[in-house]
Design a protein around this ligand. Structure first.
Ligand SMILES: Nc1ncnc2c1ncn2[C@@H]1O[C@H](COP(=O)(O)OP(=O)(O)O)[C@@H](O)[C@H]1O
Ligand SMILES: [Mg+2]
Length: 422
């Protein structure tokens, strides 16, 4: 032990580095870790010291490991990667410099989209197939799951020479939507002092993206069917037919089959627009995408703000992974942007995430009837206050009750309080 202590004292200056420095003996047991290792590996110093690297990182961490290698390992239910920036054997010791590795690789990126999960990988494949055709596509999924992004990807891959034009069907009253989509000729109505092309025409040889198609007024549906089916449009006030070669992609966050059953959406139009069907699962059903997405978003934020790279702490990762994200990727983007801007150092502000969950859980509960578990609520309160007394006050229960509940859920106060200090 005295040797270890000596290393500890001599190496204190290494704590100032942003990478982690690790010293191993020749059997790969950890003799020393600089304080950054806790953050970069997501494992506390006490859990690391004297452990063997193979036990922590698996068999891929061997005596032959080279500088530049990326090592994947699991830490609880979190999958992590670290990059071995440098490793060298000096006498009977290994000295290694580690930095956080990417949680996604080049192959997990597709036209600006991140997808690690099996369901997203399948969607990437589907996009490639669908892009080769000019048949209509219906994209479904909750708000913020990436429907518009998928429509853009299909258009960009399709090689169609025209542009992609977007219309939100719920943003216009019926008559305005009609003239928006089909255009009008001069004199069609009071104030129509010139010809105006509609979006179907503007998207000729390109793609028309009809967002919120579930809100399409029933009276307009026959006209849309004709346009989608035969490329025939009639401008308002015109007595002749115009022909367009427009590919139509629709999106909705509604259960459109239900709309059909209830007679709000014509079944002939439904069948016509859903030749291809792409469903984007909500983020909570593809949790393995959340951290890679977060990293990707943080990377983009550092380019946008130029405030340097900021990392997620272990606590931040846990807070994010235990949230359902009812607003999906859009919500994650907004949350991370706020947290990024509010962070002073190299790590993302955890309080912003805890606060967000706390505020949203109330609205979310009201809207969905789902409730955040009691355990999450307790974890949040403790992280926020770092004090059992104050956490009990926030939760509106006595200190004794809180201790009892913490015991029940296996919450270790001292470890929590420590981890929130990273
Ligand atoms: N797979 C993804 N990778 C990265 N960013 C994504 C992904 N899917 C969606 N986004 C981003 O999330 C936000 C919401 O996506 P959007 O396509 O507008 O969702 P929707 O149309 O379903 O509401 C956008 O800012 C988009 O760039
Ligand atoms: Mg949208």
């Amino acid at each position: 032990m005295s040797d270890l202590k000596a290393i500890e004292v001599d190496c204190r200056f290494l704590d100032a580095l942003s990478d982690a420095v690790v010293i191993l003996d020749e059997n790969l047991s950890i003799l020393y870790v600089s304080s950054n290792a806790e953050r970069i590996l997501g494992i506390s110093k006490n859990e690391l010291l004297l452990k063997n690297c193979r036990d922590i990182f698996g068999k891929s961490f061997s005596q032959n490991i080279r500088s530049g290698a990326i090592v994947s390992y699991r830490n609880g239910n979190i999958k992590r990667r670290i990059k071995i920036n440098y490793i060298s054997k000096i006498d009977n010791f290994f000295i290694a410099i580690l930095s956080p590795g990417p949680t996604y690789e080049q192959e997990d990126l597709f036209l600006g989209m991140v997808g690690v999960s099996k369901s997203m990988k399948q969607i990437f494949e589907l996009i490639k197939v669908v892009a080769n055709s000019s048949s209509p596509v219906l994209i479904t999924g909750e708000t913020g799951t990436g429907k518009e992004m998928v429509a853009e990807a299909i258009h960009n891959l399709s090689g169609r020479t025209g542009q992609i034009v977007k219309v939100n069907c719920s943003a216009f009253p019926e008559t305005l939507l009609e003239s928006e989509l089909f255009g009008y000729v001069r004199g069609a109505f009071t104030g129509a002092d010139r010809n105006k092309p509609g979006k179907f025409e503007m998207a000729n040889n390109g793609t028309l993206f009809l967002d919120e198609i579930g809100d399409l007024p029933i009276n307009l549906q026959p006209k849309i069917l004709r346009a989608v089916e035969r490329g025939e449009i009639e401008k308002l006030g015109d007595n002749k037919t115009t022909y367009v070669n427009t590919r139509v992609i629709c999106a909705t966050n509604k259960n459109i089959e239900k709309e059909v059953q209830e007679g709000k959406f014509r079944s002939d139009l439904y069948f016509r627009i859903s030749v291809f069907r792409i469903h984007l699962p909500p983020l909570r059903e593809r949790k393995e995408d959340i951290i890679p997405l977060s990293e990707y978003i943080l990377e983009k934020l550092s380019q946008k703000y130029g405030l340097g790279q900021k990392y997620l702490t272990k606590t931040a990762i846990e807070l994010i992974l235990s949230w359902d994200f009812p607003g999906n990727i859009r919500e994650l983007e907004n949350l991370l942007e706020r947290a990024y801007v509010m962070s002073k150092g190299e790590t993302i502000n955890e309080d912003v995430i805890a606060e967000h969950k706390f505020l949203l859980s109330k609205t979310y509960e009201r809207n969905t009837g789902n409730s955040i578990s009691e355990k999450d609520r307790i974890l949040e309160a403790i992280r926020k206050t770092n004090s059992v007394k104050e956490a009990a006050e926030i939760l509106g229960i006595s200190r004794i009750t809180l201790w009892r509940k913490m015991k029940k859920y296996g919450i270790d106060f001292r470890r929590l309080a420590k981890s929130s200090m990273y």
